[in-house]
Design a protein around this ligand. Structure first.
Ligand SMILES: Nc1ncnc2c1ncn2[C@@H]1O[C@H](COP(=O)(O)OP(=O)(O)O)[C@@H](O)[C@H]1O
Ligand SMILES: [Mg+2]
Length: 338
């Protein structure tokens, strides 16, 4: 006992990169974030996945000192954010969901200005600005006014601005929402590379596929509460014992789904990703014979029945009860995530 105590005093366990305890924030009657706890270790790419209004931005604002929690606390690499905000903020880069850069300055000027805010000497910040526009594919636009950039270019420069001082911990609020597919891909690749190079990343998103692709661990956030935190691997393993069948069928798929759900209450029936198909999920292998007979009795033609691999979306739906389609209505086409 004594040995244990002594060793814990002389050899304290390393602090988490990010630690949130009992974080809570309300806006009037709206409980935006309700007592959330999590920790992110150094080097992790941690995803915060939830629908619009779930409390992602409110959480990131509290983690980065932009909003004060009603209760709870945050520490960044062991430094208490409320007591010692300067020390904590020096370790982090923040990329907000909306750009905070100056429209009248060029891309390079914006980056150099951000470098100046972090106390970088003139030559160093100008060199860093050049390096970053190249890294983000904005060399040619670097000398143009930021105000004239496309949405995707603006987002890329906003991320570049967030890492101008090469922070060990990076916070990204929905970095690929509402931008063109090519910019989104470019940004995802860069996020992966930054993390591979050692940056700890906290990323919010409402794209399930993006979280699945990029993150090592994910917290599902719904209505201000974390409903589940786990590694993507463990979450997908949980899905491995689910059985999913997709039936391509003629006629009204919504009505067919309802009829199947009524006739076979043990099955979970939902919308398939592709149109003209019904998706059936169960904890045991799905017997397709009775389903096809039912559909044919309803006058429908069944073109194809195939087994599908459960995805993180299935796990999300199972845990949260929220349909993935509702989570990301503006989801990109399958395959575009690559
Ligand atoms: N400044 C604010 N004033 C009032 N309500 C707010 C404010 N910011 C956020 N909210 C509310 O808090 C909830 C969580 O919002 P937010 O954190 O922005 O969610 P997300 O980023 O996941 O979409 C929403 O219901 C939102 O309307
Ligand atoms: Mg948000």
């Amino acid at each position: 006992m004594l040995a244990q105590l002594t060793s814990s005093v002389t050899d304290p366990s390393p602090a988490y990169a990010i630690e949130a305890r009992g974080l809570t924030k309300a806006f009037g009657p709206v409980q935006a974030v309700a007592c959330i706890d999590f920790e992110v270790s150094e080097g992790e790419l941690f995803g915060f996945l939830g629908p619009n209004g779930a409390g992602k931005t409110t959480t990131i604002n509290m983690l980065t000192g932009l909003a004060r929690p009603d209760t709870g606390h945050v520490s960044i690499a062991g430094r208490d954010c409320l007591r010692d905000p300067k020390a904590a903020q020096g370790l982090m880069g923040i990329v907000p969901d909306e750009s905070n850069l100056y429209p009248e300055l060029t891309g390079l000027e914006n980056l150099a200005f951000c470098g100046a805010l972090y106390g970088m000497p003139k030559r160093a910040r100008e060199a860093r600005a050049k390096e970053l526009v190249a890294l983000f594919g904005l060399e040619e636009a670097g000398h143009r006014r930021f105000g004239g950039y496309s949405k995707g270019m603006k987002r890329r420069l906003t991320i570049a601005a967030g890492i101008v001082h090469d922070p060990p911990i990076l916070f990204l609020d929905e970095p690929t929402t509402g931008i063109d597919v090519a910019s989104a891909r470019h940004i995802r690749r860069l996020i992966g590379r930054l993390n591979a190079d050692g940056t700890t990343i906290f990323l919010t998103t409402h794209y399930i596929e993006e979280a699945e692709r990029l993150c090592g661990r994910i917290a599902f956030i719904v209505k201000g509460k974390i409903v589940r935190t786990d590694s993507v691997e463990a979450l997908l393993q949980r899905a491995d014992n689910r059985h999913v069948v997709v039936l391509s069928v003629s006629g009204d798929t919504a009505a067919h789904s309802k009829a199947i759900g009524t006739a076979f209450p043990d099955l979970r029936v939902g919308r398939a990703r592709e149109p003209g198909a019904v998706r059936i999920e169960a904890g045991v292998p799905v017997q397709v014979g009775p389903l096809i007979r039912l559909l044919e009795e309803r006058g429908a033609e069944v073109f194809e029945a195939r087994r599908a691999r459960p995805s993180l979306e299935d796990v999300f739906v199972e845990i949260t009860g929220i349909e993935g389609a509702a989570l990301a209505q503006d989801r990109e086409r399958p395959g575009s995530m690559r």
